[in-house]
Design a protein around this ligand. Structure first.
Ligand code: SF4
Ligand code: F3S
Ligand code: ZN
Length: 103
């Protein structure tokens, strides 16, 4: 599962489409965590897609990640500022790849 303390245990190494990327990142095998309010651990996501289907405000968009060992696309929190903290994505992800900081 994603580490809920990722902002303390990882360093912000990049930005992607306006959100933070938390390392370590060593492409293509290691991709880190994308997003901060809505955070997806790309190294855990296996492209189930439930988060894209269920988010009521379309926070997530697919991003292609060729040659990643878990899956060749990931749910990117491209519109994390739209999040309404419903927590559906956290509940439906089968591998607990998503953390939403509703606090
Ligand atoms: Fe979308 Fe709700 Fe997840 Fe926010 S908590 S990203 S609104 S499903
Ligand atoms: Fe990935 Fe979980 Fe969404 S596996 S596509 S973050 S439901
Ligand atoms: Zn991203």
């Amino acid at each position: 599962a994603i580490d809920p303390q990722f902002t303390e245990n990882r360093a912000q190494v990049d930005t992607h489409k306006g959100h933070d990327v938390w390392g370590p990142v060593e492409e293509p095998e290691k991709l880190g965590v994308h997003g901060t309010h809505v955070a997806v651990d790309f190294d855990i996501c296996l492209a189930d897609g439930a988060c894209l289907e269920d988010c009521p405000v379309d926070v997530f968009e697919w991003v292609e990640t060729p040659d990643h060992p878990e899956s060749e696309r990931k749910a990117d929190p491209a519109n994390e500022t739209q999040c309404i903290d419903c927590m559906l994505c956290v509940d439906v992800c089968p591998v607990d790849a998503i953390d939403v900081d509703a606090g």
